[in-house]
Design a protein around this ligand. Sequence first.
Ligand code: 523
Length: 144
Amino acid sequence: MTDRTTRSARPGPGPVVVVVAGALYDQGRLLAARRSAPAELAGRWELPGGKLEPGESPEEALVRELREELGVETEPGERIPGEWPLKPGYVLRVWTARLLSGEPRPLEDHDQLRWLARHELDSVDWLDQDRPAVAEAARLLPAS
Ligand code: 523
């Protein structure tokens, strides 16, 4: 039997939190960042980024996150087609980005960075949810 009262009283899914990440390219390589926190993600590699703050466009959030986490200035490019679920209520969207200035350093949230050529992409243990985005991002790398 359908209980309309219970069903309508149940909390809805709520707004989805968008996490933006950057496929940052330089000299034919893609930047991979190893997470240092939280414990369940530490040691796994990701495309760096973070949550959108209220009022920000995804591109603004990406530039801010890459500045905070890596100490670099970047220029966002195209969105990589697709959207990947993270934990419930969170989705990952990825933009390409070009390094304008600075040398990335793991200032926040990461303990190691690596620039990977196309043939090196499988050398790190990517977070599962980042893998499809990395596969798409790899298409923009020169053959190596
Ligand atoms: N991911 C993820 N892949 C990926 C990023 C950038 C984030 O799976 N490439 C997940 C990890 C977290 C959630 O998205 O579960 C939020 O990312 P986080 O912690 O990097 O976002 P921040 O930096 O906005 O978080 P605060 O440290 O809380 O500000």
